[in-house]
Every structure is written in C-alpha cells, then in structure tokens.
Design a protein around this ligand. Structure first.
Ligand SMILES: Nc1ncnc2c1ncn2[C@@H]1O[C@H](COP(=O)(O)OP(=O)(O)OP(=O)(O)O)[C@@H](O)[C@H]1O
Ligand SMILES: [Mg+2]
Length: 446
C-alpha cells in the first residue's frame, strides 16, 4: 500500500470515528437507534447461549450431533501401537440448550427481548437471575415482564432513566397527570378516571410531598376542583390556597369538609339516578358536575387521637373517607392519601379504606411490613425493589395500578415555589367551594 493510500485510509477512519463521536454526543437518542441498538442486537443474539448458560437458564437434552472422536487404531498391533485417528461421527450426545429468543425491540433506554421459556420454567426463575443478566449485558438493570404463559419479556435499561427526570411535555387530558417517568423511560401516567383513588406511602423525606406538588402542578390548569387536607398546621398546602377550592387544616374542618363531600356524592348520585345513567360521565355536559380531587397530606394525623374526646371525630372521618372511596369513582370525587404508613394500627376503618385505594405508590420505607402493606400481594420482586430504594434517591417509588402491573418510577422534582407559581397562575380556574357543591358546571375539556 502506498503512503498516500495509507494516509487516506487513516483519514477516513479518523473522520468516521469523529463523526460517530459527535453524533453520539449531540444526538444520543438517534445514535442509539441508528448505531448502538443494531450492534447490541448482534451482540445479544451471538452471546445468548453463553449468557443463558452462565445464568443457569439452559436445559440439557439429548440431540444428534457430529462429533470429532479420537479412536485408537486397531490391528497391526506392533507397528501402530499407541496411534489414534480422529473421525467425525453423527451420534446422540448431551447438549445444553438456551431458551429461544424472540424479537428484540429498542426502547429509549434499552431494549425489550422476548424469550420462550423451557418447559418447567417460570418467570421468577428469570427474575432471580436478572442481576446476572444485567452484568452479562453490561446494562443498568433487567426486569422480567410476564407476557403470556410460557413466554416472558426481558426489559433491559442501559442507564437508570430515573437518575434525571424531567416533565414530559404532551398536554394533559382531563384528570390525567404525568408526575414523572417510569423505569422503562415512558411517562408515568395517573389517570384518575381509570384508577380513582391513590395511596402514597413513604418514610419521611422519601418524596411524598414532592409527588403531591407534581400532582397539583399538573391538575392546576385543568377544570377540576382541588381540595386539600393538611393537618400539619397547613404548612404543606396553604401556599397552594389560590388554586384550592377548600383547605382544611384542623380535624374539625376536615370532618366537615369530608362530610360535605359525602353529601355532594349523594346529590350527584340522585342526578345520575334521575337521568338513568350510572356515572357522571354519561350526563350531558351542562349537567356534569366538576370533578374533585381530594389531597390528604399525612393521613395519620386524621386518625391519631390525643384523647378520647376526639374518638367521635375520628370515627366520622373514617366513615366519610370510606364512603368517598366507595362512591367517588362513579361520581367524580377522587382521593390521594399520603402517609408514612397506612395500616390498621391507625384505627378501625383504615383496612377497609386501604382496600378501596387501588392505586399504590410505595416510596422508600423504613420497615418491610410497610412495603407489604402498601403493595399487597403484588409480585414479590416489587417488594424487593421497594425495599431496595435508597435514601439518596428521594422520589423513586414502586407504582402499582389496578391491573396488577408495577413499575419503578420517579416523580419529577417540583420545588414548592414551582407548584406555588402554578397555583397562582391558575387561580382563576379554581372553582369555589359552592360551585363544587351542587352547582352544575360545564366541562370544557375531555
Ligand atoms: N423526585 C424527586 N427528585 C429529586 N429530589 C426529590 C424528589 N422528591 C423529593 N426530593 C427531595 O427530597 C426532599 C424530601 O421530599 P418530600 O418533602 O417530598 O418528602 P416527604 O416524604 O413528604 O417527607 P415528610 O414525610 O417529612 O413530609 C425534598 O425536599 C426534595 O429535595
Ligand atoms: Mg411531606
């Protein structure tokens, strides 16, 4: 090769490397789809047998194979003693068989890979080796999603999408909020019309109030009433007062407010009955009442009693909350209850209330029972993930909806000032308490 050609080749290689570096640096997502992912596909399929064997998800079976055997040469014993010949033979041998791989599809943060499990295997066999898979594939994490009997999907994430969360920018629909991002890189969506009541649990400083801020910020521009119950003297919700239709900061105010809401549910039920419909969404727009989202910060404060004189108020609170939880979905009143622990130790009625809260968010907790209590009988892997949330990553939580699926997610960081600004900007949208109670209003978003 002449010197000029050598320089030319080196120049082209250097320019290609610089181009790829710049592409990766300036537009990492298109680089991932255009270059990174195709290379990963080749690598994952080529190394799958070794990876599956290392992770012990292969099985042994007998199969016909060509083998190279060393055979001693027989006959003419004296001249050829000790000599061997190598011969190819087709015979039955024991082979290790890796589970069959299906399609590998890219996601913004990694890939999804379908796997057909061997007979006798179950998804938890793969969940148990998820960490080994992650190390073999040099990725941040691998999750096992159940697809259908006998098949699973492995979700690999190259880096933690929850390390740096920003608000997704698609405009929200009525009663739909996106308080953060899921581990698979998709927005975390809370649709109150699908999952009406939510229980947000976490130790102190785990991110409950931040999530409430994110909800307020997203709900603020929507034509909904927001009601706050904050028995920590109102320190959490008072700054959002311009956008709240009502705020209770004492137990007495809370009981009255909740009982007013129960009365309102009765009125809404009567309207629905009179018009022969099962829920407010089927009423004509001029009759449809304004949906109400009730946010409670630190539920325990509503239930704890300093002395016996408060017993009656606590009982009324529990009953009102339970009635709202039971009827709210059809008649447009939704609950978001935050607390460090929402268990029967708070008093009678809490277990029944918890059963009605189908949306669950479990932040970092101090004891495993709280995670169990929050996530119920969900996949044991969800409990392990919840127990493994570190104190250094507030806002990370395990989120479960009513369809039984769960995700690791992180709320977007919404400082109080940002939520306060949203509350002030949207103050004119806030319906008054009287408007919420009984006065029909027109819904202008759907
Ligand atoms: N999603 C997040 N991203 C980044 N930082 C967060 C996030 N959520 C919370 N934080 C940080 O963690 C701190 C504590 O969060 P937050 O006040 O929401 O906790 P909490 O669970 O409400 O605690 P407490 O029970 O004491 O009220 C916040 O001040 C904020 O700095
Ligand atoms: Mg808080």
């Amino acid at each position: 090769m002449s010197e000029t050609t050598l320089y030319l080749v080196l120049g082209v290689l250097a320019a290609t490397a610089a181009g790829l570096w710049a592409w990766r640096h300036w537009h990492p997502s298109s680089f991932w789809y255009g270059v990174g992912f195709p290379l990963r596909v080749v690598w994952v399929y080529l190394t799958w047998k070794a990876v599956a064997s290392g992770c012990k998800v292969t099985r042994r079976k007998r199969a016909w194979r060509f083998t190279l055997d060393s055979l001693p040469v027989v006959g003419e014993a004296t001249r050829t003693a000790g000599m061997v010949v190598e011969r190819r033979r087709f015979r039955m041998v024991d082979v290790e068989q890796a589970p069959r791989l299906g399609l590998m599809l890219p996601t913004p943060f990694g890939w999804r890979l379908r796997v057909k499990m061997h007979e006798g295997q179950i998804p938890s066999d793969y969940a148990a080796v998820a960490e080994r898979l992650a190390h073999s594939w040099r990725v941040h994490g691998v999750r096992v999603l159940e697809r259908k009997p006998g098949k699973i999907t492995l979700l690999a994430t190259r880096r933690d999408p929850l390390a740096n969360v920003t608000t997704p920018d698609a405009p929200p629909k009525l009663l739909v909020v996106r308080p953060g991002v899921l581990e698979n890189g998709e927005p975390w969506v809370i649709d109150f019309r699908t999952v009406p009541h939510w229980m947000i649990v976490g130790a102190t400083q785990s991110g409950k109030s931040n999530l409430a801020n994110a909800l307020i910020k997203e709900l603020a521009p929507q034509p909904v009433g927001i009601v706050g119950l904050d028995l920590k003297g109102g320190v959490e919700f008072t700054p959002y007062k311009p956008r709240l239709s009502a705020l209770a900061t004492t137990r007495k105010e809370s009981v009255e407010l909740l009982e007013d809401l129960v009365d309102e549910l009765g009125r809404r039920m009567a309207v629905c009955t009179a018009h022969g419909v099962r829920n407010i969404w089927r009423l004509s727009p001029d009759l449809c009442p304004i949906p109400i989202v009730v946010l409670v910060d630190e539920l325990a404060e509503l239930f704890l009693m300093a002395d016996k004189s408060e017993k009656e108020e606590v009982g009324r609170t529990a009953t009102a909350l339970l009635r709202i939880a039971q009827l709210g979905r059809a008649f447009g009143v939704f609950l978001v209850l935050c607390g460090q622990r929402i268990g029967s130790d708070l008093g009678p009625g809490v277990t029944a209330l918890r059963a009605q809260l189908s949306g669950r968010v479990c932040h970092r907790v101090n004891d495993p029972e709280t995670a169990n209590m929050t996530l119920g009988d969900l996949d044991p892997a969800a409990l392990d993930v919840a127990r493994g949330i570190a104190a250094e990553t507030p806002g990370i939580a395990v989120v479960a909806g009513q369809d039984g699926t769960w995700h690791r997610a992180r709320s977007v960081y919404v400082p109080e000032e940002e939520a306060e600004q949203a509350a002030r900007d949207c103050a004119r949208v806030a319906p008054t308490w009287d408007e919420l109670l009984g006065r029909p209003a027109v819904l202008n978003a759907a």
